[in-house]
Design a protein around this ligand. Structure first.
Ligand code: MRU
Length: 354
């Protein structure tokens, strides 16, 4: 093994028994690496809702495996009754988080696969579903590698890169999306200086991004979200790389709360701002960012979650949107597995699917 080969984590997989999903519980990182083995519907739902598995592509991969495991538990032998149960389970999983389109994308894909299997035996339908969830995972691995290759063409050795939230291997598969070019470039002997926003309130940047980059051997500096402006002003950032949870047809991109602020700062300092994501995150059925549902989360994530003692009174009102939308005019390019899209995004994104 060459000194700079990245060791890839298996963050989501089908268990060896083949009837449950195994994940790394991301809520416990970086202090503990605990694997969970899940197959009950309520536990699968909770894992997404509580961000034990998180990051748009990883949620999609998990959802595919989860629905397959739930399909194995359906008692109905009759095809129509089986499909009714399958759709009910898909709708339940889909209600766990609203913003990342990969969740509904993967679940719809699984249901569509079962729909094309009408007339087959239950065992054959289950076999098709197993193949489909494995394909979703395999395709994501390939998409992340392709995004990494395209993204690497936008930066050069020695660059400083600022990233927000976590769009690395834990949020996806293998290389990741926004962190993919950095990991791939590092393997090829390039060096980058990465600034990771800690990403309040759930600290994905601190707990996950700095952990992944540190483990890989990449130079990473953790900053609080409100320090992005000073590192840009200091001239330490040559590009911003962020992931995405849903890209609308016009190129407006939903990503972790705080991303749009980074884009506004980048525009002010003249730094290119790039969104990286697989085609499974591009939702041409959503016309603009205005049409993206933004998840609102528990106020205690702000008031007390990471503190020994609460840092605000229990009665203090909090507003806790989990995502924001970066308007397309602040995005220099959207880097996908099928190529790099630039404005006008209504045309360049559509062309990806033609
Ligand atoms: O709430 P999370 O942690 O699931 O939010 C994740 C992000 O916003 C990521 O940046 C996004 O999913 C891109 S993942 C490649």
């Amino acid at each position: 093994m060459s000194k700079r080969e990245i060791k890839h984590l298996e963050n989501v997989k089908l268990s060896d028994r083949g009837d449950s999903v195994v994940i790394i519980d991301q809520t416990l990182l970086p202090n503990e690496t605990v694997y969970l083995d899940l197959k009950e519907a309520a536990d699968l739902y909770e894992a997404i809702h509580q961000l034990r598995v998180r990051g748009a592509p990883a949620i999609g991969i998990f959802a595919g495996y989860a629905l397959y495991c739930l399909a194995l538990q359906i008692l109905a032998e009759d095809y129509d009754a089986f499909m009714e149960d399958l759709k009910e389970q898909a709708a339940y999983l889909n209600s766990s988080r609203p913003t990342a389109v990969n969740l509904s994308w993967a679940l719809n894909r699984m249901v569509a696969k079962a729909e094309t299997a009408a007339g087959k035996s239950k065992a054959e339908v289950l076999k098709d579903l197993k193949e489909e969830c494995i394909a979703i995972h395999d395709e994501d691995i390939a998409m992340c590698k392709a995004i990494s290759e395209y993204g690497l063409t936008l930066i050069k050795d020695g660059d400083g890169i600022l990233t927000h939230c976590n769009a690395g291997p834990l949020a996806t598969s293998r290389y990741g999306t926004a962190l993919g070019p950095l990991l791939l470039g590092y393997e090829r002997g390039m060096d980058f200086r990465v600034f990771a926003d800690e990403t309040r309130p759930l600290l994905q940047g601190a707990r996950l991004t700095s952990y992944e980059l540190e483990k890989a051997g990449i130079d990473v500096t953790l900053i609080c979200d409100n320090m992005a402006s000073i590192v840009m002003k200091n001239g330490w950032v040559q590009a911003c790389f962020v992931g995405c949870d849903r890209v609308a047809a016009n190129g407006d991109a939903a990503n972790k709360i705080g991303t749009s602020g980074v884009a506004i700062l980048a525009k002010y300092y003249g730094i290119p701002f790039y969104v990286l994501g697989p085609t499974s995150t591009i939702d041409l059925n959503t016309p603009t960012g205005e049409d993206i549902e933004i998840e609102l989360r528990d106020p205690d994530e702000i008031r007390s979650k990471w503190y020994e003692k609460p840092m605000a009174l229990e009665e203090t009102r909090c507003y806790n949107p989990a995502f924001d939308v970066t308007p397309n005019e602040l995005i220099d390019a959207i880097v996908t597995d099928r190529g790099i899209c630039r404005a006008p995004y209504t045309e360049s994104l559509k062309a990806l699917f033609e």
